[in-house]
Design a protein around this ligand. Structure first.
Ligand code: F6R
Length: 611
């Protein structure tokens, strides 16, 4: 995700920038750096690790100047290291760039620049921007940035400075957030409002494709074609604490709302716009090796294991490859059989879960190839795997996993299409159709987020809010949705909840059904819809409280349910990604109404690094 801050004015830029970066540390914290223009030089300091390491370096060797940019990094391309940390420079170290986002065509740009003799210092996508700006620079930094960005595809928020332009800070955005703060004789740029709130409350929200030239006494904004743009100045009313959560009362709610953007980010760079093919080069598996895989083993814990179950259903259905799904804590102790040509896919948001790591070590020692789905770049799981699909979901602060889960499911969908295309178990037309369905998901989630009144109302209803216990049922692709819905409710609201495959209901849990038991039934359109309706009728016949999650336009379900949450019509195999959202919202609002500590539920830790 990364956070960027820039400053021009009479104060010491590094003081302003570091204060701002500390407010953005939630966006990433594996390395950091600052660069300033000072007396005709470009001075820079970088450090690996949290911002306090950079603070110490700056205390020992302060930087001067009146203009600077800074960055706190959450790695996407290139492991966390000093050389990969921002700012990045052109060859002569005269132009410095900080960047948040992903440049999708950086490999092509890099190859072309290298062919022209440009030498790169890092493995990042960002460094290409610095070299491109240099290529087009002829004394006007604003013009050079606009021209450079015409060559770039992907998402970016950037800040650019040049040693020969001590009065100019250039900022641009496309896809990643960026604001410009206007002060008295000074100005700021930042990824997010909290970074600059103590300095100014006057803010411009840059829009996609806009480039801004900022001087201490004014600014101008143009699009990449040079058309002038006027933006309204907003006055921020939030206090500091609310601003970090962007006005949401909890990180969990903010992260639930980030999901449309997060899923776009998981897809970014992996689905070629032109050819409609999936590219997962970071998995480090050749097409030949992919064809040879005879068995896939998915290991994970908790929510990540539920995403693994979504993955199992998808992979088996579309690639006809047998998939074994195991809890990492079980796998490591059961002397697992690892036949030749086994691919292990560990799934982990933090990349530091002790059981998952141990499962990887066992599988590797028995000859398996390991390609993980991980959010934290450079984490232990990523480092110990042969290849990786990074989720690109940004840091998840709420202990209960939300955006990480839906992005893990999305990563599995991508992997499935890739494997199925390679093994020719689906044809090109079907792959194209599946990719189109994936691309629709962010919009469908946004629709749910825009219409969440019914969910909020239910969460206030005592029959849900004060329940002692709850049951979640789903079938087929949405069995994992039931498991995940129940886990979300229990971990943040402390209501005992169980997820079951609906077909198992008669084999035990039906004994629990009374007029006090809410049963959340995932009954979206698809092959098992009629079976779900039968289950719902059986629960109603025993006076259970039925809360259905159904597809928009299904009026029939209302007669069988006490309440219904509607989700947009969705391709059934990918429906768990959409269904997760109302279930997350239900848990969130129930827990909030019960006065629970939503972001830090009792006894839980975000990263379980011990057994
Ligand atoms: C639940 C939750 C946990 C994690 C589990 C694995 O909301 O967040 O169940 O999914 O601890 O963590 P990672 O994905 O970091 O390996």
């Amino acid at each position: 995700m990364c956070g960027i801050v820039g400053y021009i004015g009479d104060n010491n830029p590094t003081n302003v920038i570091m204060a701002g970066l500390h407010r953005l540390e939630y966006r990433g914290y594996d390395s950091a750096g600052v660069a300033v223009v000072n007396e005709g030089r470009l001075d820079c300091l970088k450090s690996l690790g949290k911002l306090k390491v950079l603070d110490e370096k700056l205390e020992a060797s302060p930087l001067g100047g009146k203009l600077g940019i800074g960055h706190t990094r959450w790695a996407t391309h290139g492991a966390p290291s000093e050389e990969n940390s921002h700012p990045h420079f052109d060859g002569a170290k005269e132009i410095a760039v900080v960047h948040n986002g992903i440049i999708e065509n950086y490999q092509e740009i890099r190859a072309a620049l290298e062919a022209d003799g440009v030498e790169f210092r890092s493995q990042t996508d960002t460094e290409t921007i610095a070299h491109l700006v240099r290529k087009y620079y002829q004394g006007d930094l604003f013009a050079a940035v606009k021209r450079a960005l015409q060559d770039v595809e992907g998402a970016y928020a950037i800040g650019v400075i040049c040693k020969d332009n001590p009065d100019v800070l250039v900022a641009a955005r496309h896809g990643s957030p960026l604001i410009v703060g206007l002060g008295d004789g000074e100005a700021f740029i930042a990824s997010d409002v909290p970074a600059i709130l103590r300095f100014t409350r006057k803010v411009l929200y840059l829009d996609n494709g806009q480039v801004c030239e900022i001087r201490r006494d004014g600014h101008r904004i143009e699009d990449l074609q040079g058309n002038t743009i006027e933006l309204e100045v907003n006055h921020i009313e939030w206090d500091d604490a609310a601003a970090e959560k962007e006005g949401y009362p909890h990180f969990m709610l903010k992260e639930i709302h980030q999901q449309p953007e997060v899923i776009q980010n998981t897809l970014r760079g992996r689905v070629d716009e032109g050819s409609d093919e999936v590219r997962l080069t970071e998995m480090n598996i050749s097409t030949d090796d992919l064809k040879k895989i005879e068995k896939i083993v998915i290991v994970a814990c908790g929510t990540a294991w539920h995403a693994g179950m979504v993955g199992k259903y998808l992979i088996e259905k579309f690639t006809r490859t047998p998939v074994e799904l195991d809890l990492a804590s079980e796998y490591r102790y059961r002397d697992p059989i690892v036949p030749e040509n086994t691919l292990m896919i560990p799934v982990s948001q933090s990349g530091e879960t002790a059981d998952t790591l141990e499962a990887i070590r066992i599988a590797k020692s028995r000859g398996a190839k390991v390609a993980s789905i991980v959010n934290a770049v450079g984490s232990s799981v990523a480092r110990e795997s042969h290849g990786v699909i990074y989720q690109q979901a940004g840091p998840e602060i709420g202990v209960a996993s939300t955006k990480a889960y839906t992005s893990q499911c999305t990563a599995f969908a991508l992997f499935t299409i890739w494997l199925a295309e390679t093994r020719e178990t689906i044809d090109k037309a079907e792959a194209k159709k599946m990719i189109a369905y994936l691309r629709e998901i962010p919009g469908k989630i946004q629709q749910i987020l825009d219409n969440q009144d019914a969910i909020q109302r239910c969460a206030e209803d005592p029959k849900y809010r004060d329940a002692q216990s709850a049951l979640y049922l789903g079938r087929s692709y949405n069995f994992p949705s039931a498991l995940e819905g129940a886990l979300k409710l229990k971990e943040i609201s402390y209501i005992h909840a169980e997820g079951y495959a609906a077909g198992e209901m008669k084999h035990g849990p039906i004994a629990l059904v009374t007029d006090e038991l809410p049963v959340v039934c995932v009954a979206v359109e698809g092959e098992t819809y009629d079976k779900m309706v039968s289950n719902i009728q059986e629960i109603r016949a025993r006076s259970g409280i039925v809360l259905s999650v159904a597809t928009e336009g299904n009026q029939n379900i209302e007669q069988h349910s006490d309440d219904v949450f509607y989700v947009p019509s969705c391709y059934e195999p990918f429906s768990p990604i959409v269904v997760a959202v109302p279930l997350q919202l239900l848990s969130y609002y129930v827990a909030a109404n019960r006065g629970c500590d939503v972001d830090q539920p009792r006894n839980l830790a975000k990263s379980v690094t011990v057994e």
